[in-house]
Ligand binder design. Structure first.
Ligand SMILES: Nc1ncnc2c1ncn2[C@@H]1O[C@H](COP(=O)(O)OP(=O)(O)OP(=O)(O)O)[C@@H](O)[C@H]1O
Ligand SMILES: O=C(O)c1ccc[n+]([C@@H]2O[C@H](COP(=O)([O-])O)[C@@H](O)[C@H]2O)c1
Length: 200
């Protein structure tokens, strides 16, 4: 395995939580804990992104964001990575394709908050992402309904599994997705940047 890339043997299920993490917060920790449990994942890798292709302003330096993420997320099943900077990928579709080449037999699941499902149809080659990996969507305050009725959700409607089958997601053949409900957490990086460390 290349230096700086986590170890994962064939057959392992790995959730990928991509984000700016600018900064990482308890909401990220909460959804990661829940995703491990509810989707029955062996590992989750945070992909701290060099920058969201749809956001006009660049985030804080990658090293700072990774260092903070490592301070708050301390579960041995979770790896905090700057994989996209190492791979030189910006688009999620390219990141996933590269990881699938590097880790044959590993079952990757893309994880995202419901807010991201709402704009998923604007992502580069999003239908190819959905064809490559199962997708776990995590409810977020104010975004459940917009996510449910989003264009991507409508176009992928037949691939949706009920929440009661969330544990099957990692082994489901894509396209497949589930939206899980959990005790909602209102934190967001934007709130922390604007309002200070507690986000309120
Ligand atoms: N409180 C939360 N509940 C559910 N999902 C969340 C929550 N916070 C972040 N996420 C999800 O985690 C992933 C990474 O989040 P990101 O780094 O963009 O943080 P953020 O709080 O959404 O930032 P911003 O406010 O700048 O958009 C995204 O898929 C996002 O939807
Ligand atoms: O590939 C794309 O076109 C694309 C467009 C928007 C967002 N993403 C990814 O979505 C993830 C969440 O981004 P963010 O900035 O909302 O934390 C992160 O991994 C981004 O790289 C990806």
């Amino acid at each position: 395995m290349r230096a700086g890339f986590p170890f994962a043997p064939p057959g392992m299920t790995v959730g990928l939580l991509g984000g700016s993490f600018d900064p990482a917060h308890e909401g990220h920790v909460h959804i990661t804990d829940e995703a491990l449990r509810r989707f029955g994942l062996d590992r989750i890798w945070w992909l701290v992104s060099p920058g969201n292709p749809l956001k006009p302003h660049g985030p804080a330096p990658l090293d700072e964001r990774i260092a903070r993420a490592r301070r708050i997320m301390r579960d041995p099943r979770v790896e905090i990575t700057g994989i996209e900077a190492r791979l030189g990928t910006r688009m999620t579709r390219d990141t996933i394709a590269a990881l699938q080449r590097l880790y044959p037999g590993v079952r990757f699941v893309w994880l995202m908050g419901a807010d991201n499902l709402v704009q998923f149809d604007r992502w580069d080659r999003w239908q190819d992402i959905a064809a490559r990996v199962p997708i776990g969507v995590i409810a977020r305050p104010g975004w459940r309904m917009p996510a449910r009725f989003s264009r991507a959700a409508r176009l992928l409607w037949r691939a949706r599994l009920p929440e009661s089958r969330a544990r099957e997601l990692a082994r489901a053949r894509p396209p497949a997705w589930v939206m899980i409900n959990l005790p909602l957490n209102k934190l967001s990086s934007t709130a922390i940047r604007v309002l200070g460390p507690k986000g309120r």
